[in-house]
Structures are given as structure tokens and as C-alpha cells.
Design a protein around this ligand. Structure first.
Ligand SMILES: [Mg+2]
Length: 384
């Protein structure tokens, strides 16, 4: 039996914003941009949640619920910086740490008892240390596997610690609502509800075949999770699976060139994120939503993985030009990078034009890190 910690920062973006501007303390804070725009809420404080605001909600709705709230665009670079600081601290304590998202980590505590004592006691100290060092609140769930620990963390926030003893996983889950299981959302929730499933216990008591018959493979996964099973294997490295960014326009756009300029700005952002994390991407995808809400996605996998603005933009814009055939207004454009891998050391060994270009890109990254992303743009728009 293993002991797996799941640590999740509480309202992470908002907590970082409060470090940057302490006057935000105790106020309803919403990160996600212009309250009159058409974006969505990226994060909100617990004070904002009291008004019924939650993440992924259209920001205009959030504004309607809480017009006195403080709406912020957010400081992504700072979020990455604090996330890395927390990760470094966790890596000092645990033999294996797996980063699941910018503010979420799995840590393997197995065998650590001899050094640190009981897991709950250690969790308390760890939570306090993160608070003291970074002024960041977090919650921790502890059980024998990742699935149960994640559900446990979520149950008791902010600054909660939830411990599920070995062998009690199923019992712990049974009374909880089905939507506590990650993946039971807009699509699956109504299907299960209509068939009389209310608690995770209901799912655990159903037959695996029945759940598979209504939900396919996910039904089997659900049955396993409901019965307290889950993976206890942590991947050593944080494997970010994809990076995406999208822009919802204030007003629908019809002009091709204008859309391409927005696409270019998105490419700059995602390429910057790749370089910050020393990653290359192989698959480049775009998303296009028309004013009638019909949505198109296209992707292309390129031979040489890259984090070069120029290559990413050219691939993306070709995809866009191939699909943008309707003369209908566009509401949203997005870019999605996947098949990510770490930049290999060899890549910096050969001295040629490519290398010079890469050096230039690295210099750009450094300048942007210092002075912000607006200061420098690489001249690509206009090239064919
Ligand atoms: Mg969180």
C-alpha cells in the first residue's frame, strides 16, 4: 500500500494576486479579464464564490452576480514563478513529485513515515510551511491512490487536510455526490442522474457492465473510482500534455487579416510558454468558433518539434486559411499545442542559421521576462 498526497493550491491565481497587491485581501476577486468582455472566469476568490461565481463561467455573468467585484487580467508569469517555487519545496521533501497542473501536485509519501512521522501531522506542517514561505494557502488530500486523494482534497477547502485511511477508500467515497468524481460533468452528470445515481456509493453498487453499457469505457473507469481504486504511480517529471490559448472577441470579426493578427498574438503567447518551460511541440491545432457557435478544430503534426513563433504561426495560419471559407463572423479563435517534449541538449550543439535564430528567440524570452511581453514582437506578420 502506498501513501499518496494530493496538494492543491487554494484559489491559486487569486492568492498570487493578493501577494502582488495585499489590498485585495478579503475582497471578491475575479481573474479572467474585462468584465464586459466575453471571456470566462479563470479563478475567483472564496468571497466571490459566495455570490455564485465559479471558474469557467462567462465573465459577463460573474459581473452581473457581483458588479462590485474586482476583475483582473492576471499575471501568468507570476503564477508560473510561484508554482515553480512550491514545486521546488515539495521536491526537497518528497522522493517523487508529479505536477498535475499549475497549482496541483501529487507527492509520494510511501516510506517517508520513518523520517516525517504520521502523514496527517506532516501535511499540517507542510501546509504551514508553504503559507509561511510564500503566503499561499493550499489543501491536502491523503490516501492510497491519486484518484481518492484528489477527491479528498477538494472536499475540504481552503486550508483543509483530509486523510483517508488505507482500506477505507470505498467507505469514504460512498456518501459523496457523484459530481465529486473528476470527469463527471455537464455531459455525464445528467445521464447518471436520470438513471437514479446520486451518490458515489450508488455507482459502486452498480454493475460494471451496466455502467459500461451507458457510458462505454468511461463507465468502467467510473466504477473503479467509485470503488476506491486508482493509480498510485507518479510520473517523475511533470508532463504537461498541452498548451492552449484562445481569444473571444468583443465583437464578431469577419476580416481574414484581422483574425490572423489575433492568431499571431496567441502564437506569441503559447510559444513563450513553451520556451519558459523548455518544451517543444509537434502538434499544432487551431479552433475557430463562428457567431452561430458552430466550432471547427484542425490540427497538424510537424516533423521537427519546435517552440519557434515563426514555424508555429505558419502552420496555424495555413490551417486557418484552409478552413475559413464561410463569410460568417468569427467569435473565437484558439490555438492548441500538444505532443510536447523537452528541448534536447543536442539541439544547441550545431552552429548554423537555426542556432542563431534560436539564440535570438531566447534573448527575446529574456527581455520579455524582464520587461513584459508587450515590449518586443518578432516580425512575422506580413510574411506570406
Ligand atoms: Mg487549485
Amino acid at each position: 500500500m502506498k501513501t499518496i498526497f494530493h496538494l492543491d493550491m487554494d484559489a491559486f491565481f487569486v492568492s498570487v494576486e493578493r501577494i502582488l497587491d495585499p489590498s485585495l485581501q478579503g475582497k471578491p476577486v475575479i481573474v479572467g479579464g474585462d468584465p464586459h468582455g466575453r471571456g470566462v472566469v479563470a479563478a475567483c476568490s472564496y468571497e466571490a464564490r459566495k455570490f455564485g461565481i465559479h471558474s469557467a463561467m462567462p465573465i459577463a455573468n460573474a459581473f452581473r452576480l457581483c458588479p462590485k467585484g474586482i476583475f483582473l487580467h492576471g499575471h501568468h508569469k507570476e503564477y508560473v514563478r510561484y508554482s515553480n517555487a512550491v514545486k521546488n519545496l515539495l521536491e526537497e521533501k518528497f522522493p517523487i513529485v508529479q505536477q498535475a497542473s499549475i497549482d496541483e501536485f501529487y507527492c509520494d509519501f510511501t516510506g517517508c513515515q520513518k523520517i516525517y512521522g504520521e502523514p496527517q501531522e506532516f501535511a499540517k506542517k507542510l501546509q504551514q510551511e508553504i503559507m509561511n514561505k510564500f503566503s499561499l494557502p493550499c489543501s491536502i488530500g491523503i490516501s492510497s491512490n491519486k484518484s481518492v486523494s484528489k477527491i479528498a482534497t477538494d472536499l475540504n477547502k481552503p486550508m483543509g487536510i483530509t486523510f483517508v485511511p488505507h482500506g477505507k477508500e470505498k467507505e469514504f467515497l460512498a456518501p459523496l455526490a457523484i459530481e465529486r468524481i473528476p470527469g463527471v460533468g455537464k455531459k455525464t452528470f445528467p445521464i447518471l442522474k436520470a438513471r437514479g445515481f446520486n451518490t458515489i456509493g450508488d455507482l459502486a453498487n452498480a454493475s460494471q457492465d451496466y455502467l459500461a453499457s451507458i457510458l462505454g469505457k468511461f463507465g468502467i473507469d467510473l466504477w473503479n473510482r467509485a470503488n476506491g481504486f486508482g493509480s498510485d504511480i507518479l510520473s517523475l517529471e511533470h508532463e504537461r500534455k498541452s498548451i492552449s490559448k484562445e481569444t473571444t472577441f468583443e465583437e464578431d470579426i469577419v476580416g481574414k487579416t484581422e483574425i490572423e493578427v489575433h492568431l499571431f498574438k496567441l502564437v506569441e503567447k503559447v510559444a513563450q510558454l513553451l520556451r519558459n518551460e523548455n518544451l517543444n511541440a509537434s502538434t499544432i491545432g487551431i479552433k475557430l468558433r463562428y457567431s452561430d457557435f458552430s466550432t471547427i478544430t484542425r490540427a497538424k503534426t510537424i516533423k521537427e518539434p519546435t517552440n519557434d513563433d515563426k514555424i508555429i504561426y505558419q502552420t496555424a495560419v495555413n490551417l486557418f486559411r484552409a478552413v475559413y471559407t464561410r463569410r460568417v463572423g468569427v467569435r473565437l479563435i484558439g490555438i492548441h499545442l500538444s505532443k510536447l517534449e523537452h528541448v534536447s541538449e543536442q539541439e544547441v550543439l550545431f552552429e548554423d542559421e537555426e542556432l542563431i535564430r534560436k539564440r535570438m528567440l531566447n534573448a527575446v524570452t529574456k527581455i520579455r521576462d524582464k520587461y513584459g511581453s508587450k515590449i518586443i514582437h518578432i516580425g512575422i506578420v506580413g510574411n506570406k
